[in-house]
Every structure is written in structure tokens, then in C-alpha cells.
Design a protein around this ligand. Structure first.
Ligand code: SF4
Length: 82
């Protein structure tokens, strides 16, 4: 989905489902809606429309993936989550 509402990544995040690559990508940002739902926003979508604003989780392959060093490898919590 290129714009509009997310396709339920919040549900994936809230239920503990792994976000995949987005969980350790520097382009990912967690957005909390007014109703308290969490969404994974791909900030790369702002400059490259080939990236979905709200990727379907888990993301298993992505050409824009840029890992962030946080002392944990793999698919940890999304940036912005406690
Ligand atoms: S660039 Fe790919 S891995 Fe990184 S946040 Fe966007 S969709 Fe997720």
C-alpha cells in the first residue's frame, strides 16, 4: 500500500509478531495512532515511492534495508518501541 491506511502492521507489532528486517532498519519508525495502535512507517517511502509507507510485516527482503547497530542482531523490536 503506497499511501492511506496501514494494512495492519500495528496488529503485527502489538501481537509480538516479528517485524522482520524493519525491526533493525534505520529507516523504520514506529508511529502510534490516536487510538494507541502502533504502525511501522518506512521513512524511505518519503523519498522513494517504490517503498510502501506502511510495509506488510514481517519484511523478509528489502533493497533499502540498512541495519542499525543496537547490540542485537536479527529481528528485534522496532525502533521507537520500549
Ligand atoms: S527500507 Fe525496507 S527494511 Fe527498512 S524500514 Fe523500509 S521497508 Fe523496512
Amino acid at each position: 500500500m503506497r499511501d492511506g491506511t496501514p494494512n495492519d502492521p500495528a496488529g503485527a507489532v502489538a501481537s509480538g509478531l516479528s517485524p522482520g528486517l524493519c525491526g533493525s532498519c534505520g529507516h523504520a519508525r514506529v508511529i502510534r495512532s490516536g487510538r494507541g495502535s502502533l504502525f511501522s512507517l518506512c521513512q524511505l517511502s518519503a523519498v522513494d515511492p517504490s517503498f510502501p509507507r506502511y510495509p506488510t510485516l514481517p519484511v523478509l527482503r528489502c533493497p533499502g534495508y540498512e541495519p542499525v547497530e543496537r547490540g542485537v542482531s536479527g529481528s528485534g523490536p522496532l525502533p521507537g518501541l520500549p
